[in-house]
Design a protein around this ligand. Structure first.
Ligand code: ADP
Ligand code: ADP
Ligand code: ZN
Length: 216
């Protein structure tokens, strides 16, 4: 199974990708997570990406395409993968098409998560993740069962992203509408686009994704 989760920042891509990993045993490839790891490690890619990410802009296509090209070669991608946050520009989508064609691989579906802009700010400013295992939470929408303790790993340290503030979110939303939204007609024409209502609650969205994948 090879999927793309497409939607604006805060749409719930990472949340649903974690559930798809558990359901299908495929790898989650989040370019945002990989870039943040590169920034934390101070690699050359990280040094190039840091200021761009803090400004809410998109990192250059050559950097992210290079990261994904390396990543899909790894063993855990053999059964498939979920692309979370990639592609984000038409140039990235075209590079992905070429990459898959060279490996004779096909995408099963592109899932569009539809969420109103007004809901995204609250989702992003309330978001935090477990420092140990990366599990995602939200101040109001998705709290750990025991306050302050990660459900998945028992960890007690949590992170918030530097770019998850209201000002940067507005810039990231602009980048989405200008550079990423054109991917919707691109995949629509190919017949691979399946939409779900990302405004629904988390379990409901998971159910819709399962349903469209089984129907499509
Ligand atoms: P993305 O990866 O698309 O940027 P996330 O999956 O990180 O988005 O979700 C953003 C925040 O919103 C997280 O804190 C998450 O817990 C919460 N969230 C995700 N899906 C929903 C939903 N359907 N309803 C309410 N909150 C959600
Ligand atoms: P979100 O889903 O909340 O938008 P991500 O974690 O996917 O956040 O991305 C965080 C930031 O990393 C983006 O604002 C952008 O600067 C950079 N980034 C992630 N994926 C890409 C990509 N495919 N192309 C360009 N920049 C990217
Ligand atoms: Zn954890």
């Amino acid at each position: 199974m090879r999927l793309i989760l497409l939607g604006p920042p805060g749409a719930g891509k990472g949340t649903q990708a974690q559930r798809l990993v558990d359901r299908y045993g495929i790898a989650q490839l989040s370019t945002g997570d990989m870039l943040r790891a590169a920034v934390a490690a101070g690699t050359e890619v990280g040094l190039r990406a840091k200021a761009v990410m803090e400004a809410g802009d998109l990192v250059s296509d050559d950097i992210v395409v290079g990261i994904i090209a390396d990543r899909v070669e790894q063993d855990d991608c053999q059964n498939g993968f979920i692309l979370d946050g990639f592609p984000r520009t038409l140039a990235q989508a075209e590079a992905l098409e070429q990459m898959l064609a060279e490996k004779s691989l096909q995408l099963n579906a592109v899932i569009e998560m539809q969420v109103d802009d007004a809901a995204l700010i609250g989702r992003i400013t309330g978001r935090y993740t477990c420092a140990a295992c990366g599990a995602g939470y939200h101040d109001r929408n998705l709290q750990p069962k025991v306050a302050g303790i990660c459900d998945k790993c028992g960890g007690a340290d949590f992170n918030r992203r530097a770019d998850d503030n209201a000002e940067t979110v507005a810039l990231r939303l602009n980048a989405y509408h200008e550079q990423t939204a054109p991917l919707l007609p691109f995949y629509q024409k190919k017949g691979s686009l399946l939409a779900v209502d990302g405004m629904a609650d988390i379990d409901e969205v998971s159910g819709q994704i399962k349903a469209v994948l089984e129907a499509g």
